[in-house]
Design a binder for this molecule. Structure first.
Ligand code: ADP
Ligand code: MG
Length: 707
């Protein structure tokens, strides 16, 4: 505390100081920064560079290759507006010691032509082309300051900040950011108190926080940058894991869960009427679930497995244990259609055992709804399948014992808690259909115990997947007819176009009309999300009974549908689907003993469709859900894969799930160890940690149980 003697005219920097009053910022720039959620000095310190210029990232001009994404550092040698064939463009000639590169702007010429000065050092990044010499169109650019001109030879590492038009227009380019940080960083000395506990920092060799902030914004070499990154990535992952560890602890210490003494005759009866033997993986999952249900601890288990691996059966066996012991079961799905599909499945199992099952969705109104609510409240309905409607107010159970949640990635961490409130310390079984990379399951489901069903039933045949261009469709149709003549069935799926249900429906409707003509000898039907429940049910029933041979549909059949006799999945405009979705759709076939096919029809081989091309190739290559999940993660990134906002999936600022696996495991260990030692973070050693955690993560994680 000795350093806090205030000198007469330097105000001490505090984390809450507004950036507006920093030298070099001011009201205009402060306003632009607000759009990046940067308002205080603390925000600014945690606003990290997007990347760095250094020896390893800069390419000498004479080593550039066409089509490569590259960064070049040099000086502006010449510039000017030139006449093109159609319109004028701005050209900037950049030179380094090895050659010349022409950068061209075809848009925003009036503005860009005044941005550069001849002779000034800059960095440009973009895709290399060759047109009248090596060139880049509309590259990203960053001006360099004094002493930054030659990172290759000086070994300097230059941070580049997220840039936007808005920031650049008020003069907040990376160079300005660096200047601002260079003024702020030297003042860091107890401004941000260390919040990671000493023992964790020393065990995992983590830099002190202010050192790390200095290192990330003004690294004085690769080693200092690496240390800074390690510390900041670690803490980002650590706080997520800390949240999960606290939550898990909280579940486990819950006063007392339900203990089902016996498996019960109902489960035994269900087991006996199954038309197949469980796979070893299913049996193992059952053993784990059984142990949870028997113990006094509350069950919080994730049941993970590829499509068709037989999760639903396992969930139904768990349900039968609860019902057999006099408790109720709620089975929640993310959409109405899914809930309806699950309802049909669940009913088909329990009808034979004379156990009533009800369906409760948002569209159920009036008397029907009321009678279900009464039945649940009085305990007359042992099993209810539904949507979010199940967790709404007004839904009460007599004795809810088990909640089964089919997530399909659509609920996530936050909503899961709501069902718990409908009973006393109920058991929860979460099912997810798509295997997800382990790093991600440790994050989304890191507070759950996990059972994985990692084998498919033995009778399964490998699904043959083919990419087909539109002009080969005739032979595809002939092939489908052959299959239908063998008494098999077929799905045809149309994509969701720009999330507009209308056009979505149009594509499917037109396709349906056309296919009706092509397949006039067969029964073709259309299924879409806007039909009412009865209509949908009727069509599904007829498809299940093979009264319909070809089911044309929008993406509604993505999950859950189960007709083992269907052997062909034809996906129209397959390039528009994400990998996970394609994999889900393919999982609708190959569910029985017959050989099955997945046909991916590619309509737009557009130029900027590289990732689409990649997705389809992966589909052809493999049917392994884990491999597909990994590839999907690489292509899309976790945010998109999980729809950050709705899934409660954290936005990572600096760490990532692909490259920082090892750090994730370490951070997880550290967090779980800590909670084991001090579950309420009571010790004085943790007071900074606790207050940082609460102020920065409370909102995000609804940390109601730590004060
Ligand atoms: P998931 O929910 O994992 O996608 P399901 O439980 O819906 O899988 O099972 C897919 C299909 O496989 C269903 O038709 C189901 O009856 C059948 N099935 C489940 N387990 C087995 C098994 N052990 N042997 C043979 N068929 C099985
Ligand atoms: Mg299923």
């Amino acid at each position: 505390m000795s350093s806090s003697t205030p000198s007469a005219n330097t105000k001490k920097l505090t984390p809450d100081s507004l950036v507006q009053y920093l030298k070099g910022v001011g009201p205009k720039r402060a306003e632009a920064l607000e759009s990046f959620d940067v308002e205080t000095v603390e925000d600014l310190l945690y606003f990290f560079p997007r990347r760095y210029l250094d020896r390893s990232t800069i390419v000498p001009i004479n080593k550039l290759k066409v089509d490569q994404e590259a960064t070049v550092v040099g000086k502006v040698m010449a510039k000017g507006v030139r006449k093109g064939r159609r319109r004028s463009y701005f050209e900037l000639v950049v030179e380094d010691k090895t050659g010349m590169l022409k950068c061209r702007w075809f848009r925003g010429v009036r503005w860009i032509k005044n941005v550069f000065k001849t002779g000034e050092p800059i960095a440009v990044s973009g895709k290399v082309a060759f047109f009248n010499g090596l060139s880049m169109n509309h590259p990203d650019y960053d001006k360099l300051g004094k002493g930054e001109e030659d990172p290759v030879n000086t070994g300097k590492i230059i941070p580049l900040y997220p840039g936007s038009e808005k920031l650049k227009r008020v003069g907040l380019d990376s160079r300005r950011f660096r200047k601002i940080y260079n003024r702020v960083l030297p003042k860091l000395d107890g401004v941000i108190p260390e919040y990671l506990p000493e023992n964790i920092r020393s065990e995992y060799r983590l830099a002190q926080i202010e050192q790390a902030l200095k290192g990330i914004h003004a690294p004085d070499g690769q080693a200092s940058l690496d240390k800074a990154k390690k510390r900041l990535k670690f803490e980002e992952l650590f706080f997520i894991q800390l949240m999960l560890a606290l939550r898990k602890y909280h579940y486990k210490k819950a006063p007392e869960g339900i203990s089902y003494d016996e498996i019960g005759p109902l489960c035994e009866s269900l087991y006996r009427i199954l038309p197949f033997e469980l796979t070893d993986a299913q049996k193992e999952a059952m053993r784990e679930i059984r142990a949870d249900m028997k113990s006094k601890n509350v069950m919080n288990r994730l049941l993970q497995g590829d499509v068709g691996s037989g999760k639903t059966v396992v969930a139904m066996l768990a349900a039968s244990i609860a019902v057999g012991n006099g408790y109720q079961v709620a089975f929640m799905a993310p959409t109405e259609i899914l809930a309806e599909q699950h309802y049909r499945t669940v009913q088909s199992y329990f009808r034979k055992l004379k156990v009533p099952v009800a369906l409760l969705t948002g569209s159920l109104k009036g008397k029907d709804r009321k009678s279900i609510l009464t039945g649940l409240k009085h305990g007359d309905i042992p099993i209810v399948v539904g949507t979010h409607a199940l967790i709404q107010e007004g839904v009460a159970f007599d004795a809810l014992g088990l909640a089964i949640i089919d997530e399909q990635h659509r609920f996530g961490v936050l909503q899961r808690g709501e069902l718990n409130k409908k009973g006393d310390n109920i058991d929860v079984l979460v099912m997810t259909a798509t295997p997800i990379p382990r790093t991600m399951s440790l994050t989304v489901y890191g507070d759950l115990d996990v059972s994985t069903i990692d084998e498919l039933p033995a009778d399964r045949q490998k699904i043959i997947t083919k990419k087909v261009p539109v002009n080969k469709l005739d032979s595809v149709y002939r092939f489908i007819k052959d299959e239908l003549d063998k008494d098999r069935q077929c799905y045809v799926v149309y994509p969701l176009i720009e999330e507009s249900e209308k056009t979505d429906l149009q594509a499917a409707t037109q396709g349906y009309e056309y296919l009706q003509q092509v397949f006039s000898d067969y029964e073709v039907a259309l299924l879409h999300g806007r039909m009412n429940a009865d209509e949908k049910e009727e069509i599904m029933r007829r498809f299940e009974a093979n009264e319909i041979q070809m089911l044309v549909s929008t993406t509604v059949i993505e999950v859950g549908i189960d007709v083992p006799n269907a052997t062909i999945m034809l996906i129209e405009n397959a390039e528009r689907f994400g990998l996970t979705q394609l994999h889900q759709l393919r999982g609708r076939v190959g569910r029985g003993a017959h050989k099955s096919y997945c046909i991916l029809v590619q309509r737009n081989k557009g130029s900027n469709n590289e990732t689409a091309e990649q997705r389809l190739s992966i589909m052809v290559e493999t049917t392994d859900g884990f491999r597909i999940a990994d590839e999907d993660l690489k292509i899309r990134g976790p945010g998109e894969m999980f729809g950050t906002k709705q899934s409660g999936f954290p936005d990572l600022k600096i760490a990532d799930f692909i490259n920082d696996k090892d750090l994730l495991y370490l951070a997880r260990n550290a967090a779980f160890d800590l909670v084991k030692k001090d579950p309420t973070l009571e010790s004085d050693d943790y007071s900074n940690l606790k207050s940082h955690f609460v102020t920065h993560y409370k909102e995000q994680w609804k940390l109601s149980h730590i004060s």
